[in-house]
Write a protein that binds this ligand. Structure first.
Ligand code: FAD
Length: 509
């Protein structure tokens, strides 16, 4: 052997150029590490799915003739840390070269660079061949700008990749963005997308994790793990979504329903973030469905925007602003998360649903993450860093490069408005309009103050009152501040009193 090549747990792309030919001088290393199972408390399904997918990937490489050294978490040769394992393996194989694909997380990027700098062998990092924009594309595009609008980045990407353009290079259908058309609640029809995901029994793997003492949250469902674990399963999920889910994706993108946690969402984020699928093939599949008149333009555009726009853009924000970004806290919010973030046991039905579902499925769709859980956290003044840890652990697709800008930037406005043009917050009216959650709630959504009032209402108005000094000048919030000005003094005092009482008893809500 001459060269060791490290494959990380979220680098499971069988089409990477590394694998285009078999070379006996190359050994691929895959390591199950406690630093990865433990850097945050993960959802059990996330631990299981990542490790099971890594094992699949190793088996696939071996079957294709590649040399692979797979070090399981409980294998006697596992030295514990990344560095100790790499040192030992370098020596064992007497390798002269070491390569790795650029990690997506700052933490690992630093760690590998520091380790490589100490080696005498030739070390080299290569592209992961996954993303469509280089790490620093957003910082170059927005150089000198105070706010970085996703829409600008997205249009740039549409043009660069020639996606949904007309013959003159303008946007297909005359508009870049059909978001206004995508805001329907779901009231029982059309029939939601059937769950076509595979099911795997990984009870033995779960036992191994328990024996090793790895802490986890949420329901493992180890005997029926329902996430795609290799590319072929991910492709099948993509095809099923394009055919049956995409036609309605746009219309019901923001809708929420207690019995239908997923509605028309794709559930592709795990497959994308572990690189089983490439973003470009997903974008092309959606664009082709529109070209073949199988889906409306608004649906294809809405879906493509998430991947070609948001996903690439948040990664750009991450690489431009790390490591400082992780500690940003614009409103200086310090409250710990209420205990029911780990049980779903709260009388607020929307939060009980969104958190309960997250614990059960390791999944919530975007609006549940943003406009229910994140909305509450921002209004209640929860610590964005504590919230970030929670989001980073609980979701099947949570990797810091995508989770952190979404949580701190989009959801908590902790970066002071770099990413979002205004805080994404609402009172109960939005949740009532977009879901059926309020129907079964013990709180009264039409009340703004008092013990029975929906906590979102008092917290919402109080949030804008408290932050008038920094937010009142924002033109996108002019209406909110006009309404506040028109509110009579007694109402305003009652709201403040209720909001204060709510913040004192978050654990018992
Ligand atoms: P769909 O709704 O079907 O969307 C298709 C794809 O678009 C997704 O698979 C995803 O790859 C991409 N996408 C959609 N929205 C975003 C976005 N805002 N940022 C980046 N990509 C997006 N996404 C993650 O992949 N990992 C995370 O850790 C994560 N944390 C989030 C935390 C918060 C507070 C919020 C508000 C959003 C977060 N998102 C995260 C974005 C989004 O909620 C998920 O990508 C989406 O819910 C995944 O489900 P899906 O595959 O069914 O998505």
């Amino acid at each position: 052997c001459k060269e060791l090549r490290l494959i990380l747990g979220d680098q499971l792309n069988p089409r990477h150029s590394w694998f285009s030919r078999v070379d006996d001088h190359v050994v691929y290393l895959m390591l199950e590490l406690r630093q990865e199972t433990d850097y945050v408390r993960h959802h059990a399904q996330k631990l299981l799915a990542v490790l099971a997918a890594m094992r699949h990937f190793a088996a696939r490489l071996k079957a294709a003739g590649h040399r692979v050294r797979y070090v399981a978490l409980d294998h006697p040769s596992n030295r514990g840390t990344l560095e100790a394992n790499l040192d030992a393996l370098l020596q064992h194989y007497a390798a002269s070269h070491f390569s790795w694909q650029y990690p997506d997380e700052w933490r690992l990027d630093q760690q590998l660079q520091a380790w490589a700098a100490r080696q005498t062998v030739v070390c080299q990092a290569v592209d992961s061949e996954h993303f469509l924009a280089p790490r620093l594309a957003a910082s170059q595009l927005f150089a000198g700008k105070a706010s970085w609008r996703m829409e600008t980045f997205y249009r740039h990407m549409r043009k660069q990749y020639g996606v949904l353009l007309d013959e003159r290079g303008g946007p297909a259908g005359g508009k870049w963005n059909f978001d206004q058309d995508n805001r329907k609640p779901w009231r029982g029809s059309p029939a939601p997308l059937a769950d076509a995901r595979p099911s795997h029994d990984h009870s033995a793997l779960w036992q191994m994790l328990q024996d090793a003492g790895v802490a986890a949250l949420g329901q493992p469902c180890a005997a029926q793990l329902r996430w795609p674990l290799h590319r072929e399963e991910a492709l099948a999920l993509l095809q099923h979504f394009i055919q049956h889910g995409l036609p309605c994706f746009g219309d019901y993108q923001d809708a929420m329903h207690s019995e239908q946690p997923r509605l028309f969402h794709s559930l592709l984020s795990f497959a994308l973030n572990t690189k089983m699928l490439s973003p470009l093939e997903v974008v092309h599949a959606a664009a082709a469905a529109w070209q073949e008149s199988k889906v409306p333009l608004a649906a294809a555009e809405g879906f493509i925007r998430q991947i070609l726009g948001w996903r690439e853009y948040v990664r750009g924000v991450y690489w431009a602003r790390m490591p400082g970004y992780a500690s940003s806290n614009h409103f200086d919010h310090q409250q710990p998360l209420p205990h029911w973030f780990w049980s779903g046991d709260t009388g607020m039905h929307c939060l009980a649903q969104a958190i309960g579902q997250s614990l059960r499925d390791a999944y919530a769709h975007h609006i549940q993450r943003l406009m229910v859980i994140g909305n509450f956290a921002l209004l209640a003044g929860l610590s964005p860093q504590a919230l970030h840890e929670w989001y980073l652990g609980i979701y099947i697709d949570a990797f810091e490069w995508v989770e952190l800008p979404n949580t701190l930037g989009m959801s908590q406005f902790a970066d002071g408005g770099l990413l979002a043009s205004k805080p994404y917050v609402s009172g109960s009216a939005y949740i009532q309009r977009m879901s059926n959650y309020c129907g079964d709630c013990r709180y009264r959504r039409e009340q703004r103050h008092g013990d029975d009032a929906c906590p979102f209402n008092a917290l919402y108005w109080d949030f804008f009152q408290r932050n008038a000094a920094t937010l009142a000048g924002n033109p996108r919030l002019a209406l909110v501040y006009r309404q506040l000005q028109q509110m009579d003094a007694a109402e305003s005092t009652a709201i403040t009193t209720t909001a204060h009482a709510i913040r004192q008893r978050l654990d018992t809500l």
